[in-house]
Ligand binder design. Sequence first.
Ligand SMILES: C[S@@+](CC[C@H](N)C(=O)[O-])C[C@H]1O[C@@H](n2cnc3c(N)ncnc32)[C@H](O)[C@@H]1O
Length: 260
Amino acid sequence: MEDWIRRIFIERADLFLKIMNEKWLKTDALVDGMIRLLKDFGIESGRILDLCCGNGRIAISFAKKGFRAVGIDLSPTFIEDAKARARELGVSKMTHFICGDVRRLPSLVPSDVYFDVVTSVWTSIGYYDKSEDLVVFKQARQLTREGGILFIAETTHRDSVSLRFCPSSFTLHEDTVLVEEAKWDALTSKLQTAWSFYAKDGDNLKFIDRIMFEIYIYSVSELTSMLREAGWETVAAYGNLATKQPFSPWTDLNLIAKTI
Ligand SMILES: C[S@@+](CC[C@H](N)C(=O)[O-])C[C@H]1O[C@@H](n2cnc3c(N)ncnc32)[C@H](O)[C@@H]1O
């Protein structure tokens, strides 16, 4: 496992959780939008597989709407939090959270379980070699029934980074300030980022930790070709699934693909 992945999602899962928890606020609207779109493909219920599920916001929101959901993430902290939240929200029986590596899906999910929907949300791709992302989407395809749908949602793509690149910014998450410094290498399509966390104490900031990471940013056409190779045909792209805003170079990528 890449060192930065262990650092940010396992060793400092406490810090990443502060950012991820804020994403819960808009999750029901996002999942409602996905469910509306699924109706166009004849899917009104069934099973969803949430790849890199974090602390479970997508899986739990689907479960609240009557879907059976499996969420997989490599972070034990996120998986424990997801299970606790599912219990609190009364959807434990509808959800199954697995701590594991999505690159090894066949060892985590029984081969006789078929999904209607697969989700990969909030730029959960580009962390490894491209060939490993391909394997994940191929394996997910094998676990999906004919006519099933894949969402790659709320994902950064190459055009948006080129247009909206911001080398430094800071944001407040609960009592923690996150300072982000980034470098964009258009030649390799890699986005290098350093996250520095500070505890806010009145007007003072106390350094907590600094984590560097580098992810590969896909272009839409590249992702579409990779998905085709994995057995998925891209059928639509939006800027926002809740509002059905059209996709553009300025928006995030929300891509819908169907099994080939
Ligand atoms: C940006 S977060 C997105 C979390 C979640 N999809 C959401 O939208 O809230 C990326 C997630 O990918 C997980 N992850 C990274 N590599 C993974 C792998 N190989 N297998 C499973 N999970 C992985 C991390 O632990 C983290 O929770």
